[in-house]
Design a protein around this ligand. Sequence first.
Ligand SMILES: C[S@@+](CC[C@H](N)C(=O)[O-])C[C@H]1O[C@@H](n2cnc3c(N)ncnc32)[C@H](O)[C@@H]1O
Length: 246
Amino acid sequence: MVRMMNAAKKGIFYGIGVGPGDPDLLTVKAAKVLDACDMVITPVKKMGSTSVAFEIVKSHISDLSKVIEMNFPMISLSQEREALQKQWQENADEIEVLLNQGKDVAFITLGDPMVFSTYSYVMEYLLKRDIEVITLSGVPSFCNLGAQLNIPLTQGEESLGIVAMTQPIEEIRAILDAHQNIVVMKISANNAWMAEELEARGLEKSFVLVSNIGMETQQVVRDIEVLKGKIPYLSTLLIKKNYPLQ
Ligand SMILES: C[S@@+](CC[C@H](N)C(=O)[O-])C[C@H]1O[C@@H](n2cnc3c(N)ncnc32)[C@H](O)[C@@H]1O
């Protein structure tokens, strides 16, 4: 009993989706947690580099000194799984130390935390360690793409396929075959291939590409020739087989 009373209370680990770019898209709940928590972790590709997630939410963090950068290198999961797992584990260890000190820790992540997010890997390590984890949804980039352009992602009986351009080509082709509407994330990994695939399928007028959604630099592309060139990493492609996009 005495031991229980003396046992320090662990902090809560929050995963916070910050949306794709517009700071006003942060949920009210996320803004409250960011303001109240003790530490905010911001993932960076390299220590000292800028974090898009941080740029989106910084106006919602009252005390910027509680922000800690954490390194999440942008390397391929299929090719460098071991190095990535080692890094995630080290990051989880660092977070656990803070939680054991009773601090509530928020981890900010672009878009929604459950869509292609490194947050999800760290979350899995911490869930195994008897830590309370609360994940707060954010607006996924592809949902905001539809909203910004007033284009429905799905209607009626239609299906929506979501794929990352980093997946094997055969998987991508199967998704293209199976759905009327397809979202392609991480499209910059092989956009020229996709442009040629769309032409081969007669879909060269059935796509829209949006880069830097919700940011001042947002760009909307409907020209297949532009899809063949260099595009920003923060680009998402929407293909709609039965809807006039152009
Ligand atoms: C690591 S994933 C993160 C996805 C994020 N969790 C989400 O819910 O949108 C990165 C990919 O998300 C998409 N993305 C994220 N933010 C974006 C933005 N502001 N504009 C366009 N695409 C974006 C791009 O396809 C990018 O390659």
